[in-house]
Design a protein around this ligand. Structure first.
Ligand SMILES: Nc1nc2c(ncn2[C@@H]2O[C@H](COP(=O)(O)OP(=O)(O)OP(=O)(O)O)[C@@H](O)[C@H]2O)c(=O)[nH]1
Ligand SMILES: [Mg+2]
Length: 572
């Protein structure tokens, strides 16, 4: 079809414009003031308008049919077209009578989307129609094909009609000498010369002039196989080339495309501004998020520094419990209990460890729980302020203080349990039980020795007494009593030593115990603040979503920009 280059450019522009409109919508850019529906329709959808004029039976309808290779207009040997017929695209064939001299004829033929045809009755037929044609179609027609029959191209009516047209309309006039097959080929140039001459005389200019046999051209296009030779001989090729060139070079069309191109460029600029704004907002929000994360981290560091030195009072608790347990040990080291355990068995070391573990575990758990209760209060206050900051800066809602508090309470529970567990293990690692166990075993071995000696002496005294050995029972009884006295003395003495050694060892282990717990305490704090910072997850997600949207938009914008640039070159 005609003007393929123009339509290709227009189609590409249409695609780019659609892309621009969709990216504008996605980025929230208002396009209405830049690219109204009128500009869009004008630039992308206005069909070319071809108007044919000429005398009755000049071959106007045949010319249109031959140009488009289809039987669109009715052709008759008798005067056929009695009113102006406007051929347009419609999904189904229908006629709409606009006035008694204008009929709209809708046909489902694709090329009518791009080309509207206006077929007119003969200039020498009904005079009033010409007034209508002049007013309605001449000013907007892209091409005005004036058809002259080869048999008589001098018909006064057509020339009179031409003479009434202003210059801007004459600019778009083309002369077609129709039915050329009815004359000898050598006559045609002569008639064309006459036509040019007359044009100069009547309208002061010579429009482009072509000779054609519409009938031949039409037959050539419909014939099977397609008859290229007949088509060339018909003279239609020159007209087609001329029309194609007119379509491609049409200043008004270029202007329409250009205004659409300019409007599209402005929208692109708006979209670019919006994307840049978006990128700036993302960057700013990213910094804001980093700031908040740093703030939370600084809180963590500060809390660790403040609490881990004393480990929130764990050191004092340890000292207190060590003294208490030493007192209990002292109580167990009494003569009666110690001698009883020589017979019943020694479980003091294990008992002491269990005792200190239980007492310290409770104490560590209490201290941890208190520390974290205070932390939760601190974090809740901090979150309240942070929440309104986020709302103001980014316009999004994050977790409520109650939600954060709930999570931190769960975190506190985990931490307290962990610290209790670690404190038990810490006591075990101090090895106080092993040392106590060894000391008690040595003591018991020694005491047992004296106890056995004392008892053996006593038995010996009994035996000697029974055998009436003189003096021996008294001597043995004396020795037995001495052994028992030494046993009592040693029990007291060693008990005191063990208790004091145990006490010292325990008190000196305080620092080791606390520093063993410190790592766990800090880890607990890290996990606690990690749980706290989870509250910012909504901000991170929001940012990630924004970034995710930005990248493809930027890519799409670049693609559209290049597309628009390529079209700019075609338009210049
Ligand atoms: N030999 C020959 N006859 C043609 C040619 N073009 C048209 N005719 C004939 O001329 C007559 C009129 O053709 P139309 O195309 O209807 O002419 P028109 O100008 O549309 O006529 P109106 O609509 O009545 O004004 C018909 O009989 C056609 O067959 C041609 O190129 N060569
Ligand atoms: Mg006709």
């Amino acid at each position: 079809m005609f003007g393929e280059r123009y339509f290709a450019t227009r189609e590409r522009l249409g695609e780019v414009v659609n892309g621009i409109l969709s990216i504008a919508k996605a980025t929230g850019v208002d396009t209405a003031h830049r690219m109204s529906q009128d500009v869009l329709d004008q630039g992308l959808a206005t069909p070319f308008l071809f108007v044919v004029c000429g005398e009755v039976n000049a071959g106007k309808s045949t010319l249109l049919n031959s140009l488009f290779g289809q039987q669109i207009c009715k052709v008759n040997i008798l005067p056929e077209t009695d009113r102006v017929i406007w051929y347009k695209y419609g999904p189904e064939r229908k006629d709409v009578s606009v006035t008694d001299v204008l009929l709209e004829h809708y046909v489902p033929i694709e090329f009518l989307k791009d080309f509207n045809l206006v077929d007119t009755p003969g200039t020498n037929s009904i005079e009033k129609t010409h007034q209508g044609i002049s007013e309605r179609f001449m000013p907007v027609a892209d091409l005005l094909l004036f058809v002259f029959p080869v048999s008589n191209p001098w018909g006064a009516a057509t020339w009179d009609f031409l003479c009434r047209q202003p210059d801007e309309i004459l600019d778009r006039v083309v002369f077609i000498l129709q039915q050329a097959d009815q004359r000898e080929p050598e006559d045609i140039p002569v008639i064309l010369d006459h036509l040019r001459h007359l044009a100069m005389k009547r309208i002061g200019r010579i429009p482009p002039v072509f000779a054609v046999s519409g009938k031949m051209a039409f037959e050539a296009k419909l014939s099977l196989p397609f008859s290229e030779g007949k088509r060339r001989n018909s003279g239609i090729i020159e007209i087609e080339d001329f029309i194609s060139k007119s379509v491609c070079d049409s200043p008004s069309r270029k202007k329409m495309l250009h205004s659409l191109y300019l409007a599209a460029s402005r929208v692109m600029q708006d979209v670019e501004d919006r994307i840049e704004d978006h990128a700036r907002i993302i960057e700013r929000d990213g910094r804001f998020l980093e700031e908040m994360e740093r703030e939370i981290d600084a809180m963590r560091v500060q809390v660790i520094r403040r609490n881990s030195q004393s480990l929130g009072g764990t050191g004092e608790a340890f000292q207190l419990e060590a003294r208490e347990v030493a007192k209990i040990l002292k109580n167990r080291m009494g003569i009666g209990k110690s001698i009883t355990r020589l017979i019943t068995g020694e479980d003091t070391a294990q008992l002491m460890e269990g005792l200190i573990q239980d007492r310290l575990r409770g104490s560590v758990e209490d201290v941890s729980s208190q520390d974290f209760a205070e932390l939760i209060r601190l974090c809740c206050d901090h979150w309240e302020a942070l929440r309104s900051k986020v709302k103001n800066a980014m316009g999004i809602e994050i977790e409520t203080v109650a939600e954060i508090e709930q999570r931190l309470i769960a975190s506190q529970g985990r931490f307290v349990k962990r610290m209790g567990r670690e404190s038990s293990q810490g006591i075990g690692n101090l090895r106080v039980r092993v040392v106590l166990d060894i000391a008690l075993r040595q003591r018991n071995a020694m005491l047992k020795g004296f106890l056995i000696v004392g008892l053996l002496m006593m038995i010996g005294a009994g035996v000697c007494g029974a055998l009436s050995v003189p003096l021996a029972p008294w001597i043995l009884l004396g020795l037995s009593a001495m052994s028992i006295l030494i046993l009592f003395f040693l029990t007291m003495q060693s008990g005191k030593e063990i208790v004091s050694e145990y006490r010292e060892r325990l008190l000196n282990s305080g620092d080791t115990f606390v520093s063993a717990l410190r790592g766990q305490y800090e880890e607990g704090l890290r996990l606690f603040f990690q749980d706290y910072a989870l509250g910012l997850e909504a901000v991170r997600k929001h940012l990630a979503k924004q970034k995710q949207q930005l990248a493809p938009r930027l890519e799409r914008w670049n693609g559209l920009f290049l597309g628009l640039k390529a079209i700019e070159q075609e338009l210049t």
